[in-house]
Design a protein around this ligand. Structure first.
Ligand code: HEC
Ligand code: HEC
Length: 432
């Protein structure tokens, strides 16, 4: 319900902003609202590193072995010790200012390294503005974060440690100093890097661990490898729609319109109409341009996680008007473990996501991607597309995903808040 607070409060807070300056906006929603009992940090134990947190095998159907090896940077080669150190750090609350939040708090292996919430919760129950993406297969991302503000996993890991609404450390050195109190960590850093703990090697170890979280071997991967019966007829029809009338491969593929079955993303950014605040978005962009220095990645990170200007998406990074409201095309694997969907977690089920696409995004303005248009998909075709997406579930999540599919199906049977049949079956409007 926080999102409603933020969106409704937006017009008001923008006017206030003109009068009072940017400080008002930076705090308009974040941290000032009531924090319910479920957001109290002490009620959210840090997930433990269980079986699902172990480094994964390269022997999985669909896993691109050469590309995986090539994605490891020359200056951060992997060793078993380094990966083990990164894993320990990933689950360690000591990287946060008050010891209550680890990377795994928002990237829980049991939920395919997400948190199951609309918005993530950091120290002191602070609620952010974005939905936590998975780190499974993050090795293949050419840019990290929904707006791509980090380029490498090493670079990315520093941001949540420093963000006041996530782990809240005043500096990376403060985080390093805390873990350096442990002789176990001091010994591990000496052994691996031949130096006492420092920030550079801290993020290197975490990134090395993340690069081992590879998730393929789904029924769909076996189908593509030639096992004709690995997926059912509904998923096969869904796959045809994904490549055809659904227009999904225009973005969820390395080459527009051409199926690519490794990561299902063009590694690019689009406004697909998820952002509902559109009337004053140009004014917000101008405001961001004045208040957030271009290239100041710390300030951009705080704006993305803590302020209403988060809706500007990729624009915050590039300052190109064409990027207003644009977010990264995500990978589509293990979706049943990563609900709710989109950068703002606004869509609770896969049926809701498909309803969104079916109505062409539901908006028609200059920022909407030109490839978004009504799809005229019938209910049975939407079911088939969901069946296809469900076939992208890796074996380690098969059981909970089946349960989640039934849960979502039941929710969708009784409520379809994003459905707009008239729009879905309307002739495509003017594009641009
Ligand atoms: C308080 C919750 C929270 C914590 C703690 C947290 N993250 Fe995240 N993480 C998020 C959210 C939310 C995003 C998306 C933010 C955005 O895109 O603006 C994200 C994004 C990422 C991404 C980018 C994935 C992609 O597909 O773009 C990676 C990788 C990642 N986090 C790793 C980490 C690591 C490593 C740590 C610990 C050092 C960590 N996270 C701590 C919530 C959290
Ligand atoms: C114009 C490019 C484009 C097209 C066409 C497109 N997508 Fe997307 N998709 C995106 C982007 C960008 C996002 C993230 C948007 C956001 O969060 O604001 C996304 C998000 C998603 C998500 C949510 C994933 C998550 O982790 O939250 C799903 C599921 C999805 N798309 C499936 C599909 C399907 C199925 C189709 C075809 C019916 C499709 N997409 C067509 C670009 C596209």
């Amino acid at each position: 319900m926080r999102q409603v607070c933020c969106l409704r409060g937006l017009q008001k807070s923008y006017l206030r902003l003109l009068a009072l300056g940017i400080a008002a906006l930076m705090t308009a929603c974040h941290g000032s609202g009531p924090i319910g009992p479920q957001t109290k940090r002490h009620l959210l134990p840090i997930p433990e590193p269980g079986a699902l947190s172990q480094p994964r095998s390269l022997q999985q159907a669909g896993l691109p072995v050469e590309a995986t090896r090539a994605a490891v940077p020359p200056d951060n080669q992997e060793t078993a010790d380094k990966i083990a150190l990164g894993q320990k750090l990933f689950f360690d609350g000591r990287l946060s200012a008050d010891g209550t939040v680890a990377c795994s708090s928002c990237h829980d292996p049991a939920r395919a390294f997400t948190d199951g919430r609309q918005f993530s919760i950091g120290i002191k129950g602070r609620v952010g503005q974005r939905n936590a993406p998975t780190i499974l297969n993050a090795i293949y991302n050419t840019r990290q974060f929904w707006d791509g503000r980090a380029t490498t996993l090493e670079n990315q890991a520093a941001f949540p440690i420093l963000n006041p609404s996530e782990m809240g450390e005043p500096s990376l050195d403060a985080a390093v100093a805390r873990i350096a109190r442990s002789s176990e960590y001091r010994q591990a850093f000496e052994k691996i890097f031949h130096a006492p703990p420092n920030a550079t090697n801290l993020v290197r170890a975490i990134a090395s661990y993340e690069r081992t979280e590879l998730s393929f071997d789904s029924p769909f991967d076996h189908f593509i490898a030639g096992e004709k019966k690995a997926i059912d007829p509904a998923a096969k029809r869904g796959w045809a729609l994904f490549n055809g009338r659904g227009r999904c491969t225009l973005c969820h593929s390395a080459k527009a319109g051409q199926a690519e079955v490794t990561t299902f993303t063009d590694h690019s950014f689009h406004d697909i109409g998820v952002v509902r605040v559109r009337a004053n978005i140009v004014a917000m962009a101008q405001q961001a341009d004045q208040s957030v220095r271009p290239g100041d990645m710390g300030a951009i990170d705080r704006t993305a996680i803590q302020s209403d200007l988060s809706v500007l998406g990729r624009f915050l990074v590039t300052r190109d008007n064409a990027d207003i409201g644009a977010f990264k095309t995500p990978n589509l694997r293990n979706l049943l473990m990563t609900a709710p969907y989109f950068h703002d977690g606004s869509h609770p089920t896969l049926w809701d996501v498909l309803d969104h696409y079916n109505k062409g995004g539901g908006v028609n303005d200059a920022f909407l991607d030109k490839d978004m248009r009504p799809l005229a998909l019938k209910d049975a075709e939407i079911d088939d597309l969901v069946a296809f997406l469900a076939s992208l579930t890796s074996p380690e999540y098969r059981k909970p995903a089946l349960k989640e599919l039934e849960r979502q199906r039941n929710v969708a049977r009784s409520t379809r808040p994003f459905r707009d049949t008239a729009r879905a079956f309307a002739a495509p409007g003017p594009v641009g």
